[in-house]
Design a binder for this molecule. Sequence first.
Ligand SMILES: [Zn+2]
Length: 447
Amino acid sequence: MKLYTVSGFNEVGKNMTAVDLGDDAVIFDCGLHLPAVVELQEQEEKQTEYSEKKLRGIGAVPDDLLLDKMGVRGKVRALLLGHAHLDHIGAVPYLAYRYKAPIVGTPFTIAVLKKILEDEKIHIPNKINEVKPNSSFLVRGKKRNYQVEFINITHSTLQTAMMALHTPKGVILYANDFKLDNSPVLGLPPNYDALKRIAKQGVKALVVDALYSGNDRKTSSEKIARAMVEEVLLTVENRKSAVFVSTFSSHIARLKSIVDYGKKLNRQIYFLGRSLRKYVSASIEVGMCPFKNNIYMGSYKRQVDSILKKVSKNRESSLVVCTGHQGEPGSIMDRLSRGKLPFEFKANDNIVFSSKTIPAPVNVANKENMDKRFRKTGVRIFDGVHVSGHAGREDLRDLISLLNPENIIPSHGSTQQLSPMIELAREMGFRSGKECHLMQDGQKLKL
Ligand SMILES: [Zn+2]
């Protein structure tokens, strides 16, 4: 058995791992790497068109030509998707056609993928299969079949799964991305029973989200973020102010908290921006949007303009949730800060960022410049009302103790970000190069 760390091992983004089982192969994830365009389709007016060639040229999609070279492409039997984030599914529209294989993911992941395909007007020939969290999909191989379990885990979007591929030599567990949150605000808690069971069966290899393996922490539950949202909305003097909040559009649990406390303030809640519409409507489709009757959504220019005019007249009784927490050019926040939309901030209006600026130079610069423009109007900015969706070092220690895998492969970051995971594994008795493996993009590991 061979494992190809196709991409996502030199950078945060464009995740893809392939497993070669001899007659058959499977691919885990097929993501985008676009640090400059965190939310791909935020340009509300001018929609950028992307082609496979263009995206390959700028290194935005996994370099899966490696699989052609290694004779793997032709025997790929499934494209398995762990969750709905773009760095895990965003390259599917451009690369999936290369594989005669079905695409498999949980209902929310698939609903988001279908929205992206619709928005981009891209047709892919692959069959698309939904698998409920905590159930299995049977991958049909040449001579035998393989069971893949979609084990429910917690993260910053709905229906995230750790995927357990059962092979004759043991389980390959793809755990990319996750945190261990026993009180998620929305969705199921981690399925520890399933993890214990596969540990008993024997985990051959664990590909694991090691992004924050260098942070000595247990990542807090989403209930802590909910309490932070409560504080910033209910304990701040904002009775006479406009309140605008921006968060990750795919973070439906966070959006729920914002809506819940917005309602407590007796404010009418508006959602503005295309990516919000995309993720929220996907959550409605799968029956996981508890606030669907409490919001008005606007995404097209005319809707956005008319809602903002209404909000201007009813500042004290409105709460706007919008895109642009990274200062993305063309997002609602960005355009508000440039005076390009029909709403003017006044002194003491509240702008809440329920997010963390992604530490890529372009994001940091965009956000800083946007904040500067906002500050000129005298608004109050509340930044970092957020809890991460990624496990810290002590969560990783618990996961490894629970699973006792034969091999550990850190994933989801640069060498610098992944190295502390190797350190941790060594601390726990794994030998570097023998049982824990610091891999790079485009490499192969024999198991
Ligand atoms: Zn993610």
